[in-house]
Ligand binder design. Structure first.
Ligand code: ZN
Length: 307
């Protein structure tokens, strides 16, 4: 029983349209689902991923309109790591981000930048044999596109305190001073950095949680294993697109373990993903009221395709 790397990463935005413009426009990801936060259906939950909505490439945002900016602190993920294919891809992204008004920082083998709300990203050259998870975008050649997550970096003052849960219960392996979790299909890095002195504040531009991928068959067993390790998981929650449990690992980072499937094509054609508001069946009776409360979104992928 092994976790298959990152399933998805969920962050917070204060401006859904600007968020779509950046992630589906500038970064060239596919908006694969427009839905609502199932725990607060008055706000958007937007999902970006590769062309197929694959786990391992899925960055999602809750929108709290006008939310003030947060800042990452101890017990929070502070940077999202992505894979690209080559140095040439890093150069391409340095140019494309620069032209979009983002100021990327180029170092050997990596490119760091922040989204318009301050969420930090880093592009790294892919050193794995994992399948590249790529979205189509008319301005971005496939070989230069983002290939899915490489991992996340979190702030912790006591990484050793998390080690037993990560290694013994969840099956992470120590790689240099970082952790890697790898399943049959793919793997991801989980790394810690010393926290800044200021306390973290959850808000726009911060990561809410990171989800790790489980086969549907193993999911209940992961719940048991997390319980036995002394963490306090939620019961299994049916998120319609996948099933989930949530718990905090000892550093304070909110973890989720989510199933691989049923996936985003459960309620939309695979070639029409993300084009309209999708609601899980229990929320469907409230569709009219929910839609009235949400500002419609323009998807830059459509305008780019027409240009
Ligand atoms: Zn989640």
């Amino acid at each position: 029983m092994r976790l298959d790397g990152i399933h998805h990463i969920t962050a917070i935005t204060g401006d859904a349209q600007a968020n779509v413009d950046f992630y589906a426009g500038t970064l060239g990801l596919r908006l694969v689902k427009q839905s609502v936060n199932q725990d607060d259906p008055t706000v958007y939950h937007l999902f970006y991923a590769d062309e197929h909505g694959s786990a391992g490439s899925d960055l999602t945002f809750f929108e709290y309109p006008g939310a003030t900016r947060g800042r990452p602190g101890a017990g929070m993920v502070h940077r999202v790591l992505w894979r690209v294919g080559s140095e040439e891809a890093l150069e391409f992204w340095a140019g494309r981000l620069g032209a979009a008004g983002v100021e990327p920082e180029r170092t050997d083998g990596s490119l760091r930048f922040a989204d318009p709300e301050g969420l930090a990203h880093e592009l790294l050259i892919d050193r794995t044999d994992d399948e590249p998870l790529v979205a189509d975008h008319p301005e971005i050649p496939k070989e230069l596109a983002l290939r899915g997550f490489d991992g996340v970096r979190a702030y912790s003052a006591d990484p050793a305190g998390s080690r037993e849960l990560l290694e013994a219960a969840l099956g992470y392996a120590v790689r240099d001073s970082d952790f890697e979790v790898r399943g049959d299909r793919r793997g991801s890095l989980y790394a810690y950095d010393p926290p800044p002195p200021e306390r973290g504040l959850q808000g726009a531009g911060t990561v809410h949680h990171v989800a790790w991928a489980s086969t549907p068959a193993d999911h209940e067993a992961w719940l048991q294993r997390v319980l036995e390790a002394g963490a306090r998981p939620t019961p299994v929650i049916d998120r319609f697109y996948f099933r989930s449990i949530y718990f905090r690992e000892p550093s304070g980072v909110l973890f989720e373990i989510a199933t691989l499937g049923p996936g985003f094509a459960i309620d939309e054609d695979a070639d029409r993903l993300g084009e309209k508001l999708s609601l899980p069946p229990p929320l469907e009776p409230q569709r009219d009221r929910i839609e009235r409360g949400l500002a419609p979104l323009r998807n830059p992928r459509k305008s780019a395709a027409r240009a």
